[in-house]
Design a protein around this ligand. Structure first.
Ligand code: KDG
Length: 330
């Protein structure tokens, strides 16, 4: 009999990413590399590398880029057997423009893509079969009203089935108006157990507050755990019982910040999933610190590689760094 069990299901739009080969400005660069992108599939890959069983669900065009998404994900150990192909709409692409300073700029070509046609009627209960946890982000609801309704439906259905749910707001201002973004993201927070905003996203959602006040305000909306990314300051986690801070890891060579949040989510969830039963009653401080610590490590590692997920480590690499286990490299 086939074993359908997975630790985590993610739903989202995966795209093909073109980045300049020489890390030069988009308009002058003649050579591009082609890879996979998509916040939720980045998390699925991250967790898979950390030894968790993962499934990605989403819609792709019936085109070569859709094929590439599937072969890349399955090559990374992610179950893609529930992915849906659309004969009438394409797989999206996006370009990354490396700037001399600061975060790269991104240019999306995703309007009318297969994933943007996701509607609540298409949400399939089978996507959650055998799963313990659902991870979603604010990117899927940003693709349109019907994708927002579909995300909500899947989150509700996961909760009814007893799965835990994590939600990363992943604010992408290029995809929707500020007003719709704020209203929709706030409305989805009560449907998750683990909420993981960045400090700028928290300010976008609630206005300027002290960090502790964000934790309290988000916990009051329903989540049992709030993990806030504080950039160069590390991160802080809140439960009803405690608030725990974790120091950042040094970034020796900052190359590409895109995907750092997904790396953080992978690191965090990889620990939290081992404590699933404790999340509803308030996770202990030690486990919360371990989760934030690993999340910070992954976030910092992701920024030191070009690509949205290529810098994500395996469990052995994480142990090597955190526990000082020596690896033989040559
Ligand atoms: O978090 C990284 C993602 O932003 C990237 O992989 C592409 O999903 C993507 C998006 O919508 O920006």
């Amino acid at each position: 009999m086939q074993d359908n069990r997975v630790d985590v299901v993610t739903l989202g739009e995966s795209m093909i990413l073109f980045q300049s080969y020489n890390q030069g400005a988009l308009q002058y660069e003649p050579l591009f590399t082609k890879s996979l992108a998509g916040a939720e599939s980045n998390v699925a890959i991250g967790l898979s590398r950390l030894g968790k069983k993962t499934r990605w669900v989403g819609r792709l065009g019936s085109d070569p880029f859709g094929d590439l998404v599937l072969t890349t994900l399955s090559g990374q150990g992610v179950d893609v057997s529930h992915a849906v192909r659309d004969n009438e709409a394409p797989t999206a692409v996006y370009f990354k423009d490396f700037k001399r300073y600061g975060d790269p700029a991104v240019y999306y070509y995703r309007k009318g893509s297969a994933a943007s046609r996701l509607s609540p009627e298409m949400v399939d209960e089978a996507w959650l079969e055998g799963a313990g946890h659902l991870h979603v982000t604010g990117i899927t609801p940003a693709l349109g009203d019907h994708t927002a309704a579909a995300t909500r439906k899947l989150m509700e259905s996961a909760r009814e089935k007893g799965l835990t749910v994590s939600f990363d707001p992943n604010l992408r201002r290029k995809l929707w108006s500020e007003e719709t973004a704020r209203e929709t993201l706030l409305s989805l927070i009560p449907l998750c157990d683990i909420f993981m905003p960045g400090d700028e996203e928290a300010e976008f959602l609630l206005g300027k507050l002290e960090i502790e006040a964000y934790g309290e305000a988000f916990l009051n909306m329903g989540p049992k755990l709030v993990a806030m990314k504080l950039g160069a300051e590390g991160s802080i986690g809140f439960t009803e019982k405690a608030s725990v801070r974790a120091e950042p890891f040094a970034v020796d060579r900052l190359i590409d910040t895109v995907g750092a949040g997904d790396a953080f989510a992978s690191g965090l969830l990889s620990v939290l999933l081992d404590h699933r039963e404790e999340i509803s009653g308030g996770l202990g401080e030690e486990a919360l610190h371990e989760a934030l610590h690993r999340a910070n490590l992954l976030g910092s590692m992701a920024t030191q590689f070009k690509g949205d997920w290529e810098g994500l480590p395996t469990l052995a690499e994480v142990r090597g760094i955190l526990d000082g286990e020596k690896s033989v490299t040559r």
